[in-house]
Write a protein that binds this ligand. Structure first.
Ligand code: NDP
Length: 297
């Protein structure tokens, strides 16, 4: 009996980031400038600050330009939209990422809609969501894109496989379902109103869990030989005396391993690192498309 593979997302992400870095000099040669990513952070949310910082570091490490814009929590939405307009027309900027969540007085949808779809490296603009849905060239959201890369790495051709995605958010579940459909999977998109979720998941060759509920997917929901992508990041309450609780995914990993899955992503170290690596790749892709160059490999 083959023992299950723990998919090393950290190592795979490091390789992807290196591939991006290796492709940057050719872009610079052709375009006469570096690819540039602008990240906009509004307010002081601690988690957002950590994300923005690691995006900045990854951008620099890839040899690209990083433009950081930190705005006060109380900035008006109009002032934010003015900044986005400037970034839209700035030729040195290939990618624009507005870190979510935005403060309550702002409308996320209106802000995302203001980003030039060609520079929308998060892939959240409705134009990109629509292009993905109709099979046109799009900017694809980073977390599902990274999840798909890990799946193809583990399985090769996904054609004809039964895939169940649990969670239907616009940033993870829905685009994940679109990507799997594009790979010719038979896709089920499950959510909080799905009946007999365990039975639905039990049919799947591929399970993608993107719910945000600690260890919700149990071992006995998984068929032997399934490949499991655990997108969830949940912090458990701290143990007695500890400062922070453990991070766990949406899947009970130990149970899944005992259920004889073929492969599973760990939390942390699975999908998480892929998200930033894909952001780097999307920035390079946006830069190439804007410069009229072919997509990087
Ligand atoms: P959302 O909260 O936006 O969506 C959660 C989805 O799960 C909804 O569609 C909801 O259904 C569904 N759901 C909730 N409860 C149940 C249930 N009991 N049974 C079945 N489905 C349920 O979350 P996100 O998509 O933004 O994120 C999901 C998880 O992924 C989170 O843990 C988040 O932290 C993590 N994440 C990780 C990233 C990474 O880089 N690795 C990036 C982004 C997210 P309904 O629509 O019916 O309400």
């Amino acid at each position: 009996k083959k023992s299950p593979q723990i998919i090393d997302g950290k190592a795979f992400a490091a390789e992807l980031r290196q591939r991006v870095a290796d492709a940057v000099p050719a872009f610079q040669q052709a375009a006469g400038r570096s690819p540039g990513l602008a990240v906009v952070l509004v307010g002081e949310d601690p988690a957002s600050q950590v994300y923005v910082r690691s995006k900045h570091k990854a951008t620099i490490a890839a040899g690209m330009e990083s433009f950081e814009h930190r705005l006060d929590t109380n900035v008006s939405q109009d002032d934010l939209l003015t900044l986005i307009d400037q970034l839209n027309t700035d030729d040195a900027v290939d990618g624009i990422l507005v870190q979510l969540p935005l403060p309550d007085h702002m409308d996320d949808k209106a802000v995302i809609a203001a980003i030039d779809p060609a520079k929308d490296v998060d892939g959240f603009h409705v134009v990109n969501a629509g292009r993905l849905a109709v099979g046109e060239e799009a900017m694809v959201p980073c977390t599902p894109l990274g999840s798909l890369m890990l799946l193809k790495h583990a399985l090769g051709d996904l054609s004809g496989m039964d895939a169940v995605v649990v969670g239907r958010s616009n940033i993870v579940g829905k685009p994940m379902a679109q990507l799997l459909l594009r790979e010719n999977c038979t896709v089920t998109l499950a959510h909080s109103r799905t009946r007999n979720l365990a039975d639905v998941v039990r049919r799947a060759d591929i399970v993608v869990a993107a719910v945000g509920r600690a260890e919700m997917v149990r071992g006995d929901w998984l068929k032997s030989g399934a490949v499991v992508i655990d997108v969830g990041i949940n912090r458990l309450p701290p143990a007695e005396g500890a400062e922070k609780g453990r991070l766990v995914g949406d899947v009970a990993t130990d149970e899944a391993l005992r259920a004889d899955v073929a492969a599973i992503t760990p939390v942390p170290g699975g999908v998480g690192p892929m998200t930033i690596a894909c952001l780097m790749r999307n920035t390079l892709v946006a830069a190439c498309r804007r410069a009229g160059l072919a997509d990087p490999e």
